[in-house]
Design a protein around this ligand. Sequence first.
Ligand code: ATP
Length: 827
Amino acid sequence: MSLFRIYKPKSYPSSSTRLRVLLSNHSFYELLYDPLISQHYRFCPTASDVPNRPFSTSAFTLFHLAPCKFPSQALKFKASATFYGKPFSSSSAPNGDDDHGVSSLTMVESESECDFDADVGKTTVGVDDDDEGCSTVGDSTMVELGNGISEEGIVVDSMVASDSNDDVGLERCEGHLNVASRDPVEVYRELRNAEKGAKQTRCDWEIMQQVLSYFGKSGWASNQALAIYIGMSFFPTAVQKFRNFFFKKCSADVFKYVVSLGPSDDAVKFLFPIFVEYCLEEFPDEIKRFRGMIKSADLTKPHTWFPFARAMKRKIVYHCGPTNSGKTYNALQRFMEAKKGIYCSPLRLLAMEVFDKVNAHGVYCSLLTGQEKKYVPFSNHIACTVEMVSTDELYDVAVIDEIQVMADPCRGYAWTRALLGLKADEIHLCGDPSVLSIVRKICAETGDQLHEQHYDRFKPLVVEAKTLLGDLKNVRSGDCVVAFSRREIFEVKMAIEKHTNHRCCVIYGALPPETRRQQATLFNDQDNEFDVLVASDAVGMGLNLNIRRVIFYSLSKYNGDKIVPVPASQVKQIAGRAGRRGSRYPDGLTTTLHLEDLDYLIECLKQPFVEVRKVGLFPFFEQVELFAGQLPNVTFCHLLEKFGENCRLDGSYFLCRHDHIKKVANMLEKVQGLSLEDRFNFCFAPVNIRDPKAMYHLLRFASAYSQNVPVNIAMGMPKGSARNDSELLDLETKHQVLSMYMWLSNHFKEETFPYVKKAEAMATDIADLLGQSLTKANWKPESRQAGKPKPQRKEDGYERPRSLIKLYEKNRLEKASQNKLLEKVVA
Ligand SMILES: Nc1ncnc2c1ncn2[C@@H]1O[C@H](COP(=O)(O)OP(=O)(O)OP(=O)(O)O)[C@@H](O)[C@H]1O
């Protein structure tokens, strides 16, 4: 039954319309001008099984209602008047939105508008306060509208229920409209208990197909289904079964009602609670399994994972500022004063530096990294890499360096864990301001007391506008040329040594920390010819270097996928290495090789730190183990994938990337006899997944370990320093393999890795050989990255690279102008 609320604006000319409206809840409608009944209109459904329902109305204009397929689409009247009909819907819509209970017709004329709202499920016709001329009607299905012409608006004359012969029809119509207001549990039970569903017309059946297909594709429904533990992957199966059930059991009124909604969100919202009832009854096992899975993949509220730390009232001091502003210095002062302290470093190299520095100050300090444990007798202090931090020990003072790495997509979880879990009365965080607001948020959750100390750079960094004008001959003593690939580093070294009198030290990520330190010492030492440093972004952290000027050879780098501009935060960090307090060059300078890169450098240095909104998390083994209990018989790699899909996180956290872990997990699938914990630990071993030799050795180590036999190093010692780049690469790989062996010996049963001392000795020797090799290296690097833009050749033989930043900028501008053009065309 329908309620028609008819009104029109007062401005509407009183003589303009005289009409009658009949609404019926069938799918197809037509409004016809019947020439036999001059000036009268007939409003009739087209469905063949529903009789025409002519009725008379007077109107002075002709209009036509174009047929529409679904009620959800607008019913459109054309001519001098246009009507739009919104879909019928239940007045008790699941979301409680009253609008869903209103069907409406809107008449639009060329000069003015008149709206008709038809409320479903009531029996009276009301008139808005503003409106006049409509009268109420009785409770028949054919709604009678009031007589007479309004002073100002629509005149609606009495409507005759011409089809009132059919009481059953009326009940049916009323019945299907009432469906919406019924309890979904009751509707579901009725369907479930029905022996057979009602017969449907082909047309309705097709519409229902579309409705259920719309339901299956609804992101809202699949999301909501998670609340009853119907997982995303099971949702399509559940919908398919529900669909079959619905077709088999659906009663006429429910069917009609859903068809009247059409494939729409209203239909989804109506069906969803019935679907829920169906799922709860039909899929208890799946729901139980998924609930268990979700529960075990719950990474929400990570601060509650550390109850002992929560029981403490910790004081957190955030040393917040740019590079070279004395943050770490001040934090380390507190660390050394403490009775018991821990320093957490982002790099082995930095942990070693602090270990040396603190011991040199007479404070006994041990060293703990993934690869080495150096216990200093009577020490109460420890310098460790952040991944190795113990959340069991109690400390007076802890220092977490480079706290902004919390937001690192791969390693961030280690910083988050240290911050949340460290049992220390006082925790000093050193870093730039990018994670300050999120640390504030975390402290509010943990109940820790946060103190902020803000710092400025000791001396401002000066940008040299002249640049090197594209010529490496312009390097000077104390310069550090920064390039972002190993290949470029060696090209630059060669070019400088060939065309100038300078000698170059080299620092890049694949070198062992010992070699990096050796090269840094060589560079810092004034009594030799090595006065220029060529380095990768590895120079950005951890080394105290006497750098006068940082020169960016380029400001773009390969990110594993494509060449991208170096992020501003990284540019700042690297440039900030110039002019350290206490070094030979306290005033820092920075510039670029090319003039055209200078703008980007200035732009980066000017940019404020971008506020980080999320920091990294990764599950502990125990969490993965719990999760695995819900998914027996899947590979470890698949397990990690599933964990990633199903884990829940709070808004301040993201799950750290684990492609690297999955790649190792995948490789180790063929190794039998490893426990889940073994697999988990092997996956964290430091291995370069792009180096097949290193991957081979990891596989070999894991196989031997799984057979419980002593794991051999099985790798020959190189005879001498490298004579070419492939020998240098070989030394790098060998050192990585030894480093991996040492790491494994610290993370697995020691007796299974009995040659750890030998590995340490070999690693030290190889680090030395690497240092020697770099000192004399004057060969062309081997190309490992096909497809990278080739450097341009200069006439004097010196190779000058193209400015990729310029190229990037050009592409960006081209893209932007293309987009603008496209927008124009679309407009
Ligand atoms: N008060 C101080 N007295 C003497 N030297 C200091 C002092 N503060 C800092 N320094 C020296 O200044 C240099 C930079 O300090 P520090 O490493 O603490 O800076 P930072 O802000 O932590 O920079 P980064 O983030 O680059 O590590 C270091 O060599 C440090 O020893």
